[in-house]
Design a protein around this ligand. Structure first.
Ligand code: NAD
Length: 477
């Protein structure tokens, strides 16, 4: 597979009309790793128009069995290219190769799931009071803009594009400017697998430059966005003008709640990677840990001991668990949070420094004594930083958990079934796990409460989100 570096429109590679390029920097070496065409406003209309032609010209009405066949073929070709896809992420965004391999496989799995879902997704028949026959249709919307972030570029591109395509829409995919290559690879592979030209367009470029033009284009019927809450808010405002459909997967500040009756030793051993994986650049990072008072000290000791065993370093090595942050700017942002924590007198019990001079690395950092009003407690840090605090009273702890403006993910550790169910109901978040740190399952809905977003990715819920619901009544007399 050749490494793609241009816009992928209508089944072919194109330079951006302005000739502008983005230089990618390998965050592990701080050296330039590739030059990629950067779409500008003048590239948007033709990409959206051609997606719309592809939709009207046949994708919307293709027999479901044919759509299944093409999407399974995409998955098959993706599986042949998993290693190449993984290497692209490691080289250009510093993702540890073992994680990059898992994420590439996840992308293929997503296509398999939605290929199968095409014919398992259906409307209803409804026994209405006056008699007659009533049924619902799930119809594709048209052209959908899928805007994705840089932290999980490949799987998120797949988990937006695959259900949108499976439901019969065409897609304009906009990857983040730091991580365009695997989205471009997806466009090329999907085309080779039999997706007709125009059905999946890929426009690399800066969100600030082209995002709003794409979102407000009159032929875009839905915007499916994953990224920061601030940009999500702006997209929702813009979409409101034409009542466009939106789904927004935004930031998080997820809790990890440890009760003394649970297997807290296992929780302490595994919790560091629930916040430090992907170097903390994870919307589901369990960055606020609440530990029942009786086990607080041994828990912190075990958590810190486990943190100190994490392998930070060259993302190309299979044993590496934490690579660099994605950019110099991202590291500076995270370090500003640590400066604020120090200023407030919070205690840094491990980490906080740069482990080596080259590459945008930062040590995994554990904070104690962080107060409610501090930035580290309230805001999404998106770096390898965790705050741990004790609790005595369950109700008070739940008030603190829910005081966040976010509500994406979280874990709780207990062996008391009644308590588990009580806490699950009380926590305001879209995704929770009991005695586990798992958040993402291809088959199950994923998304947030409150300012973590609206709508759901993954599972059959995502298919629903890419269709309009039509009700049809048939008189029988
Ligand atoms: P970002 O909001 O800066 O960018 C996300 C995408 O939006 C990129 O493709 C970007 O180019 C584009 N964009 C930027 N400005 C735009 C605009 N005005 N109009 C339209 N598009 C625009 O986010 P990021 O820095 O790439 O990613 C980090 C954020 O993403 C974090 O807040 C994280 O929590 C969130 N995130 C959420 C989830 C989730 O599923 N909830 C998953 C991953 C990341």
């Amino acid at each position: 597979m050749t490494i793609p570096t241009q816009l992928f429109v209508d089944g072919a590679w194109h330079e951006s009309r302005s000739g502008r390029k983005t230089t990618l920097i390998n965050p592990a070496t701080e050296e330039a790793s590739a030059e990629v065409s950067a779409a500008q406003i003048e590239d948007i209309d033709s990409a959206v128009q051609s997606a719309h032609r592809a939709w009207e010209g046949g994708w919307r009405s293709l027999a479901p069995g044919k759509r299944t066949e093409v999407l399974f073929n995409v998955a098959r070709l993706l599986r042949e290219e998993l290693e190449q896809i993984a290497q692209l992420e490691t080289l250009h965004i510093g993702k540890p190769i073992t994680d990059a391999r898992d994420e590439a496989a996840l992308g293929a799995r997503v296509f398999e799931f939605y290929a199968g879902a095409v014919t398992a997704f259906h409307g209803q028949t409804i026994p209405i009071a006056r008699g007659g026959f009533d049924f619902t249709l799930r119809q594709p919307m048209g052209v959908v803009a899928c805007i994705v972030p840089w932290n999980f570029p490949f799987p998120i591109a797949c988990w937006k594009a695959a259900p949108a395509l499976a439901a019969g829409n065409c897609v304009v995919l906009k990857p983040a400017s730091l991580s365009p290559l695997t989205a471009l690879a997806l466009g090329e592979i999907a085309h080779r697998a039999g997706l007709p030209p125009g059905v999946l367009q890929v426009l690399p470029g800066s969100g600030a430059a082209i995002g709003e033009t794409l979102v407000t284009h009159p032929l875009i019927r839905k915007v499916s966005f994953t990224g920061s809450t601030d940009v999500g808010r702006r997209i929702m405002e813009l979409a409101a003008r034409d009542i466009k459909r939106v789904s927004l997967e935004l930031g998080g500040k997820s809790p990890n709640i440890i009760f003394a009756d649970g297997d807290w030793k296992r929780a302490a051993a595994t919790s560091p990677m629930s916040v430090f994986a992907n170097t903390g650049q994870d919307c589901c990072a369990r960055s606020r840990v609440f530990v029942e008072r009786g086990i607080f000290e041994p828990f912190v000791e075990a958590f810190v001991a486990s943190t100190k065993t994490l392998v930070v370093g060259d993302p190309a090595r299979p044993e590496t668990q934490l690579g660099p942050l994605v950019s110099s700017g991202q590291r500076t942002t995270v370090e500003e949070f640590l400066t604020d924590a120090r200023r407030h007198g919070s205690q840094i019990v491990c980490g906080g420094g740069r482990p080596q001079s080259r590459g945008y690395y930062l040590e995994p950092t554990v904070l104690l004594g962080v107060k409610n009003e501090e930035r580290c407690w309230r805001e999404e840090i998106f770096g390898p930083v965790v705050c741990i605090r004790p609790f005595e009273d369950e109700a008070q702890m739940l008030r603190e958990v829910n005081a966040s403006s976010y509500g994406l993910s979280g874990s709780l550790w207990t062996n008391d079934l009644r308590r588990a169910l009580r806490v699950v109901r009380a926590v305001e978040s879209g995704v929770l796990s009991i005695n586990s740190h798992s958040s993402v399952h291809v088959e199950a809905p994923f998304g947030g409460f409150k300012q973590s977003g609206v709508g759901r990715d993954l599972g059959m819920a995502a298919m629903e989100g890419y269709t309009e619901l039509k009700n049809v009544y048939v008189a029988e007399t």
